[in-house]
Write a protein that binds this ligand. Structure first.
Ligand SMILES: Nc1ncnc2c1ncn2[C@@H]1O[C@H](COP(=O)(O)OP(=O)(O)OP(=O)(O)O)[C@@H](O)[C@H]1O
Ligand SMILES: [Mg+2]
Length: 762
C-alpha cells in the first residue's frame, strides 16, 4: 500500500508540499504531527538528504517515535541522520560544537532549574537583599523572560520600561542580580535552559559563517507545536530558514499553554508577515476521539474570544458521555479513580498504558500514587521529583559534571565535602569570598592556591587541593574513556558507593540501588553508542540527561504502566482513557489565572488540551475538600465543568441532599479526624445541575440486616461468601450500580449491587 493512502485529502496535500513556506493550523487530533512525520518520509522518498532536515518536536520521545515511524515508511534507518529533537537538545548540541566562539568550554554544564535557583539565592544573599522580596522563583522568572525575549543584562538595565516595572514591584535590584547571574554562569562554564536558546541566537547573530553553515545544512526546517514557541525560538527558526524558506510549521492556537514560559501566539501571525507567500493548510477531521469528546471539547474552546476559527468534526463513534465524578476528599478521589481504572481494565481487557491521570499541579499526584500502590497497579509519574532529582543521583551526577567541567560551581559546592572529607563551611566561605575578590571561579582558587592565596588552615587547604587533583584525574579521562568506564570509576573512587553501601538502613539500601540503576543506564548508553561506532563520553550522556523533558523519562519497564502527569506535559499525547482530576476553582483554573481574561483563556486552553487527549473515555473529577498547603480547604467545582455542553456530559454520583447523617462512616478516612465539623458536603456544589438523577443504590437490593440503600464509599459491608469488606468505589446508577469492595479475605471485587448480597454492617 502506498504510504500516502494513510492520509486524507487535506493531509495529503500538506505532505506533498515540498518547497516553500507552509503552515498547518488545525484542531487537536486532526493529524498535524502525522502530517509532519509523513512529510519528512515524503521528502526522503523524493531524494532529499536526511542530513539536511531539521525537525523540532515538543519532547525527545516524540522525536524518537517519529523516527521509528519514518523508518517504517521509508525502510532502512535514514531517519538516524535527521537532526531531530526538542529545541533545547538540538541547539545544546550545536552550541557544543561552537562553544569556543562564545567563550564557553565545549563540555559546558547545563544548569537545571534547581541550580539556577540556588545561584540566584546565593547572589541575593551576597547582595544583602531580602530574600522574601527577591524570591528566587520570581527573580528567575524575570531573568528567564528577559532571555527568552533576547534582552541582555546590559539591555535590561538600559530599558526604562523594564526597570520601572521592577521598581513598581519593589524589586529594583533585579537588573543587578541578572548581570551577576549571567556573569557567574559564564565563569562557571554553565548555561541554563534559556541560555541554550539565547546563546544560539548570539551565535547565529555574531558569527555569520556559522549562520551560513547551518542555513546551508538545514534546507528543510519543520516545527511541531508551533503555537508554543517563544520569541527566542521563533528567531532561530527564522534565521535558519532565511535562505531556502523551506519551512513547515504545524500547530493549534487553541492549544497554546506555555505563555508563562514566554510562548507567543503571535508567532503564528508573524509567520504570515515573514512569508507572505506561504501556503496554509487546514485539517478539520479528528481521528483521535469519539464524537462526544470532540463535541464536548469544541463546546469548551468556543468560549474563548482569542482564537482562529476552526470546525473540528469526526466520523468516529459517538462513544460515552464525559463522566463527572464528585468525591469528598482528595484521598477518596484517588481511590475512586483507581478503582475505575481497575474496572475498565478488567471489563474491557485494556492495558495499563491505556490510562492517563492528568492534573493541574504535580502535588496532586500523591493521593493517586497511594491508592495505585495499594491495589498494586503499575504506574509512572512524569515530572515531579524524578529519578534524576534524587539526592544520591544528583550527588554522583555532580561528580560527572565536575569531570566534564571543573568550573561548574553548583556541582562543586554540592560535593566538595561529600562524602565527608573534613572541609568545613567556614573554610568554604573563605574560598568563595576569595574567588569573588579575585573575580575567578571557586575552581580556579582551589586548583591553584599559589596563584590565589586564601587565609585558611593548611589542613583544609590540603584537602581541597586533593579534591581538585581527584577531579583533574577524572577530567583527564573524559575524552578518552567510554562513559560507563569513567562513571564506574568515579562512583567507586569518589567514595559515594562505599558511603551508601555502609548505610544499611532501608533508605540507604534504596539509594545504593538507585546508583546501581544509574550506572546500568550509563552502561546501556555506552552500548548504544558503540553500536553506532561512537565512543560516547560521559559528557555526551550528561547532555541527554540534562535535557530530558517531563514526558521523556521513560524506561523499558515503564512501558505498560498507567501514566500520571500534568496537563502541560501531556501535550501531543493520546490515551484511550483519560481522567482529568481536581477540577476545582482555584486549582483548575488556577488561582493565579483569575485576574485577567487572557490568563483565564489560557487555563481554558489547558482544559481543552486535557480533554482532547482522550480517545474513548474522558472522566472529570472534583472534590469537596482537599488538603492544600498542609490545610484542609473547602473546594468548589470548577467553572470548567459547567462550561462543557450538557448534552455531552454525564454527572455520575451526585449525592447532594442525600448525604444525611451517614456521610462519613467511622473508618472511612483518616481525614475525618483531621477535620472536625466537616459535614456540609454539597455546599460547594454551586453551579452543578445533575443531568440525570441517580439513586445511590436500588433499594431492592435489600438483604437480611442493614440495607445497601444509600451505600457510600467507606461503608463496611458483609458478603455471604467473601465475608466482611469495605466499599472503595461506587460506579453507575440504578439497577446497574456496581460497588467495588475490598475484602480482607479475598481481595478486591467489583459487584453488581442488584445481584450481590451485601449487608451494611457497623
Ligand atoms: N488520515 C488518518 N488516518 C488514520 N488515522 C489518522 C489519520 N490522521 C491522523 N490519524 C491518527 O489520529 C491521531 C491524532 O493524530 P496526531 O497526533 O497527528 O494529531 P495532532 O493534530 O498532532 O494532535 P495534537 O493537536 O493533539 O498534537 C493519531 O493517532 C494519528 O495516528
Ligand atoms: Mg501533535
Amino acid at each position: 500500500m502506498d504510504y500516502l493512502d494513510g492520509l486524507n485529502e487535506s493531509q495529503r496535500k500538506a505532505v506533498e508540499h515540498i518547497d516553500g513556506p507552509m503552515m498547518v493550523i488545525a484542531g487537536a487530533g486532526s493529524g498535524k504531527t502525522r502530517v509532519l512525520t509523513y512529510r519528512i518520509a515524503h521528502l526522503l522518498r523524493n531524494g532529499v538528504d536526511a542530513f539536511s532536515i531539521l525537525a523540532l518536536t515538543f519532547t525527545n520521545k516524540a522525536a524518537k517515535e517519529m523516527k521509528e515511524r519514518i523508518n517504517s515508511i521509508v525502510g532502512g534507518n535514514e531517519s538516524m541522520n535527521i537532526t531531530m529533537g526538542t529545541f533545547h537538545s538540538v541547539f545544546a548540541r550545536i552550541l557544543r560544537y561552537n562553544s569556543d566562539k562564545l567563550g564557553y568550554p565545549s563540555n559546558f554544564t547545563i544548569y537545571d532549574t534547581q541550580d539556577s535557583r540556588s545561584l540566584i539565592k546565593a547572589i541575593v544573599k551576597e547582595f544583602g537583599l531580602d530574600d522574601k522580596v527577591y524570591k528566587p522563583n520570581a527573580v528567575q522568572g524575570r531573568i528567564s523572560s528577559a532571555k527568552n525575549n533576547l534582552i541582555s543584562p546590559a539591555a535590561y538595565e538600559a530599558n526604562v520600561e523594564i526597570v520601572s516595572e521592577d521598581r513598581m514591584s519593589r524589586k529594583p535590584e533585579i537588573f543587578r542580580i541578572y548581570k551577576e547571574y549571567a556573569k557567574r554562569c559564564f565563569q562557571a562554564g554553565a548555561m541554563d535552559f534559556d541560555d541554550l536558546l539565547y546563546q544560539t541566537n548570539v551565535l547565529l547573530r555574531d558569527f555569520p559563517e556559522v549562520l551560513h553553515f547551518y542555513q546551508q545544512k538545514f534546507k528543510y526546517v519543520l516545527v511541531d507545536e508551533y503555537q508554543d514557541t517563544n520569541y527566542s525560538q521563533y528567531l532561530i527558526v527564522k534565521k535558519l530558514a532565511a535562505v531556502y524558506e523551506n519551512i513547515c510549521v504545524v500547530g493549534d492556537d487553541a492549544q497554546s499553554i506555555y505563555s508563562f514560559r514566554g510562548a507567543n501566539i503571535e508567532n503564528i501571525l508573524n509567520f504570515k508577515k515573514d512569508y507572505p507567500d506561504f501556503d496554509m493548510f487546514k485539517l478539520e477531521q479528528n481521528y483521535r476521539s469519539t464524537s462526544n469528546i470532540v463535541k464536548a471539547a469544541n463546546s469548551i474552546i468556543k468560549r474563548n474570544k482569542d482564537q482562529i476559527q476552526k470546525d473540528v468534526w469526526t466520523s468516529n463513534n459517538e462513544g460515552g458521555k464525559i463522566n463527572i465524578i464528585r468525591c469528598l476528599t482528595d484521598n477518596e478521589e484517588g481511590r475512586v479513580i483507581t478503582n475505575r481504572i481497575f474496572d475498565i481494565k478488567q471489563n474491557e481487557g485494556a492495558d495499563y498504558k491505556d490510562f492517563a491521570i492528568l492534573y493541574r499541579t504535580n502535588a496532586q499526584s500523591r493521593s493517586f500514587e497511594e491508592s495505585l500502590r495499594k491495589l498494586n497497579l503499575p504506574y509512572k509519574i512524569y515530572g515531579g521529583l524524578s529519578f534524576y532529582q534524587r539526592k544520591e543521583i544528583k550527588d554522583l551526577i555532580a561528580y560527572f559534571r565536575l569531570a566534564a567541567n571543573p568550573k561548574d560551581e553548583e556541582a562543586l559546592k554540592r560535593v566538595i565535602n561529600y562524602p565527608k572529607r573534613g572541609i568545613g563551611k567556614t573554610s568554604m566561605d573563605s574560598v568563595i569570598l576569595a574567588a569573588r575578590q579575585y573575580d575567578v571561579s571557586i575552581w580556579d582558587v582551589i586548583s591553584d592556591f599559589h596563584r590565589y592565596p586564601v587565609s585558611i588552615g593548611a589542613g583544609a587547604r590540603n584537602k581541597m587541593a586533593q579534591f581538585a587533583l581527584k577531579i583533574q584525574s577524572y577530567a583527564a579521562q573524559m575524552d578518552t574513556s567510554p562513559a560507563y568506564d569513567l562513571a564506574n570509576n568515579v562512583a567507586q573512587s569518589s567514595g559515594i558507593l562505599k558511603d551508601l553501601y555502609d548505610d544499611k538502613s532501608p533508605e540507604g539500601v534504596t539509594r545504593y540501588e538507585n546508583i546501581q540503576e544509574l550506572l546500568a543506564g550509563i552502561k546501556e548508553f555506552s552500548v548504544q553508542q558503540e553500536e553506532k561506532d561512537e565512543m560516547g563520553t560521559l559528557s555526551d550522556f550528561l547532555i541527554d540527561v540534562a535535557l530530558l523533558t517531563d514526558a521523556d523519562k521513560e524506561t523499558e519497564e515503564d512501558k505498560n504502566t498507567i501514566t500520571l502527569m500534568t496537563i502541560h506535559a501531556s501535550k501531543g499525547l493520546e490515551f484511550p482513557h483519560v481522567f482529568i482530576v481536581g477540577l476545582e476553582e482555584n486549582l483548575f483554573p488556577s488561582q493565579l489565572s483569575l485576574t485577567s481574561r487572557t490568563e483565564l483563556e489560557e487555563e481554558r486552553r489547558l482544559f481543552y488540551v486535557a480533554v482532547t487527549r482522550a480517545e474513548k473515555t474522558c472522566t472529570l473529577s472534583y472534590v469537596v475538600s482537599r488538603y492544600r498547603w498542609g490545610q484542609l480547604v473547602t473546594a468548589e467545582p470548577s467553572r470548567f465543568i459547567d462550561e462543557v455542553d450538557k448534552s455531552y456530559v454525564n454527572i455520575e454520583n451526585d449525592t447532594r441532599g442525600r448525604s444525611g447523617g451517614r456521610s462519613l462512616s467511622g473508618y472511612q478516612r483518616p481525614s475525618e479526624e483531621r477535620t472536625k465539623g466537616f459535614g456540609q458536603m454539597g455546599t460547594g456544589n454551586r453551579n452543578l445541575r445533575p443531568v440525570k438523577e441517580t439513586s445511590s443504590v436500588s433499594s431492592k437490593s435489600k438483604t437480611g440486616g442493614g440495607t445497601t440503600e444509600n451505600l457510600k464509599v467507606g461503608f463496611n459491608v458483609e458478603h455471604a461468601r467473601f465475608g466482611k469488606g469495605k466499599v472503595t468505589a461506587l460506579v453507575g446508577a440504578g439497577s446497574d450500580q456496581k460497588a467495588t469492595v475490598f475484602f480482607p479475605r479475598v481481595g478486591q471485587k467489583t459487584l453488581i449491587l442488584k445481584f450481590a448480597k451485601l449487608t451494611v454492617v457497623e
